[in-house]
Design a protein around this ligand. Structure first.
Ligand code: SF4
Length: 437
């Protein structure tokens, strides 16, 4: 029996693609290995959004090279956005890699790995679209939660972003196919589904009338047995009021929006070509909270974008403080080869300034998170139990609808259940509590 190990770096879309590839290998008779030493094929599913992520993959490949020297029959495959962006460079820097298959062209991944095993030499599949493998819903890392990609690619052209180059134009999947996938997942024990799209709010733009995010949410919501529904990632320019209505009105929808502002400065937003202003961003948040006053908003920020002045950066700090995000993912700008910002702007913010701004924004978020968490003490929240906490197996970990992490003592058989938990204490990162009543 041949064994496969998938190691995914980067975003949730990569985790999902990893599961699709694992599904295809399982169909071909492979089982899943948990250790590199036990695998016949290792898939490294990569991310190209930041230079650091790519360098991490090269270091990882360096470690796997030693394993391949001991086990020459091992097939090493690099897939995902980094493979799409720099396939030839991977062959040059890591010539021991057997298969390179890009984020748009991994549909034939099993055939490529098998060709290597049969002695056909290294295989490269990049630069074209091939349909991804069908999903085997039983292949997933979490028994109760699952992701579903509703579309691939993105038609925006944010100047810093490599995604349009690696994943291509946006292409939505048929609504009926998505609904059927939710049904199959729920039948297999899933209670929470997160719909994924690089820009989920524009889902349906290439689909027939009646297939957009609003209709998709309504269709998924109807699936019996599903308990929670989420979607990521939103774009302020494409957010529809109907979807905000759905978030507030559909009982299974979790009132949490991940809607990256990237910056609070209109000058920076313009250079990023984000297509909205700070005022428009705040208007979307206002419309969301008007419908759901408890609604939580999560952010992505880039600090040190070309030309970002101290005043520009202060605008990001004040935006964070005004919106009071539940969570902020903060990144230092790093130019990605071939993107408009790399071609047209000088990376002129010194590294030390980027680091200081990163820290300052993190601290601001930490303060906001602490205050938000303190205000939750004494209140009771519905939590989906994800399993034992990493630090203490007698303590369970789950998430509220607003995505707050809550730890509480409880028995393992609550895994996958919705439990009412009263918050008793907190840190900026998480909450602690006790089962209510
Ligand atoms: S919306 Fe912008 S940042 Fe997001 S994937 Fe598309 S181009 Fe990249």
């Amino acid at each position: 029996m041949k064994r496969l190990l998938v190691q995914s770096f980067g975003c949730q879309m990569n985790v999902y693609d990893g599961e699709l590839m694992a599904s295809a290998f399982r169909k071909a008779g492979y089982t899943l290995a948990s250790e590199p030493e036990a695998a016949d094929v290792i898939l490294i599913n990569t991310c190209a959004v930041r230079e650091r992520a790519e360098e991490k993959v090269f270091s990882h490949l360096g470690r796997l090279r030693r394993l391949k020297e001991r086990n020459p029959g091992l097939v090493l495959a690099v897939t995902g956005c980094m493979a799409e962006r720099m396939g030839k460079e991977i062959s040059r820097r890591a010539p021991y890699v057997d298969v390179i298959a890009g984020a748009r062209s991994f549909g034939g991944i099993v055939g490529l790995a098998e060709a290597v095993r049969e002695g056909a030499g290294a295989q490269i599949s990049i630069g074209f679209d091939s349909p991804p493998p069908d999903r085997d819903v039983t292949v997933r890392s979490d028994p109760h939660r699952a992701f579903i990609a509703v579309s691939r690619g993105c038609d925006h052209r944010c100047t810093f972003c490599i995604v349009p180059a690696t994943r291509g134009r946006e292409k939505g999947r048929p609504l009926s196919e998505l609904e059927a996938e939710v049904r199959r997942l729920v039948a297999d024990g899933v209670v929470e589904v997160t719909l994924l799209g690089q820009n989920i709010d524009s889902y349906g733009k290439d689909r027939p009338e009646g297939e957009d995010l609003h209709y998709l949410l309504r269709a998924c919501h109807e699936v019996e047995g599903l308990k929670r529904l989420r979607f990521v990632t939103s774009h302020p320019e494409d957010m529809q009021l109907e979807v905000l209505d759905d978030l507030a009105q559909l009982p299974k929808m979790c009132g949490a929006l991940h809607i990256p502002p990237q910056s609070g400065s209109n000058g920076v937003l313009k250079r990023m070509a984000r297509g909205y202003t700070r005022e428009r961003y705040l208007e979307v948040v206002h419309e969301f909270r008007k419908r759901d006053p408890q609604g939580e908003v999560a952010a992505d920020f880039i600090v040190g974008f070309p030309g970002e002045t101290d005043e520009d950066f202060e605008q990001s700090v004040t935006l964070l403080e005004e919106v009071r995000f539940q969570q902020s993912f903060i990144f230092r700008y790093s130019p990605r080869p071939g993107t408009p910002s790399e071609k047209h702007f000088e990376d002129d913010v010194p590294l030390a300034v980027k680091a200081a701004r990163n820290l300052r924004l993190l601290k601001a978020q930490e303060r906001v998170s602490k205050e938000k968490h303190e205000a939750m003490i004494g209140r009771t929240f519905e939590v989906l139990v994800e399993g034992p906490s990493k630090k203490d197996p007698a303590v369970l970990t789950g998430r509220t609808r607003g995505n707050h992490i809550l730890h509480f003592p409880g028995a393992e058989d609550l895994h996958g259940e919705l439990v009412e938990v009263t918050v008793e204490s907190c840190s900026p990162v998480s909450l602690r509590g006790r089962v209510a009543g």
